[in-house]
Design a protein around this ligand. Structure first.
Ligand code: PGA
Length: 247
């Protein structure tokens, strides 16, 4: 069984004072069997990495450019993320797919860039409500997975996050059996393509995961953790999700 991962995606939230939340999280749960990751805005990454230096908490980015350097105003490369102390990066989040038109091919290139900088890539996939209503969920998720993930993925370098777009920030979640159906489908695709490595790759659920539903979601077969937005901002909420994944 892969080691579970509790990943917090802070999105565009958090000033320096928010570093206190990481300290509070560590105080409440200094050791844990699951991995714990916070992906703060880029402005906080270096200071958070320093705060987390002697903690069992990893730091990650929320995106990276596919090139290592160059004339790309406003962008951040994977080596720059690694230079702050980050060890993970979220790629292909649906907010970036929707707002910036990121394609599966771009996400694949970014994933390779992340690996070249020794970052573990968390590749996000998931259907919209229209796609679910049209019974296209598995086709969409399968196609995103096939193109966004490069061929040389390993369990150490790739984490897949299944995030139904309609569940993100809405308070709505799929039923547990719907989550199981998609996670099992993703697992089968990963093992078909990557063999034994695919069996060990972590598949996170994301979308309105919260302290109340975390334990039930964590118990679903092939759910190896959570990618958590709103409920990761406050240590008092996120700690319950870490504990649910730790059980
Ligand atoms: P949410 O966001 O937990 O606030 O729904 C999850 C995500 O976008 O990763």
């Amino acid at each position: 069984m892969p080691k579970k991962l509790a990943a917090g995606n802070w999105k565009m939230n958090g000033l320096r004072e928010a570093l206190a939340e990481v300290k509070a999280l560590n105080d409440a749960c200094p050791t844990h069997d699951c991995d714990v990751l916070i992906c703060p805005p880029a402005t906080l990454m270096r200071s958070m990495a320093k705060v987390c230096d002697d903690m069992q908490i990893d730091v990650g980015g929320q995106d990276c450019h596919e090139n290592t350097s160059g004339a790309h105003t406003g962008d951040i490369s994977a080596p720059m993320l690694a230079d702050t102390g980050a060890t993970y990066v979220i790629l292909g989040h649906s907010e970036r797919r929707a707002t910036y038109g990121e394609t599966d091919r771009q996400i694949r290139a970014k994933t390779t860039a992340a690996w070249n900088a020794n970052l573990t890539a968390i590749v996000c996939i998931g259907e919209t409500l229209e796609e679910r209503d049209a019974a296209n969920t598995l086709d969409i998720v399968g196609a995103q997975l096939a193109t966004s993930v490069p061929d040389n993925a390993t369990a150490a370098t790739l984490v897949v996050a299944y995030e139904p777009v309609w569940a993100i920030g809405t308070g709505k979640t799929p039923t547990l059996s719907e989550i199981e159906e998609v996670h099992t489908f993703i697992r089968n695709r990963l093992t078909d393509r990557f063999g034994a490595e695919g069996a060990e790759m972590r598949i996170l659920y994301g979308g309105s995961m919260n302290p109340k539903n975390a334990a039930d979601i964590a118990a679903v077969p092939n759910v190896d953790g959570g990618l958590v937005g709103g409920a990761s901002l406050k240590a008092s909420d996120f700690i319950h999700i870490v504990q649910a994944l730790n059980a």
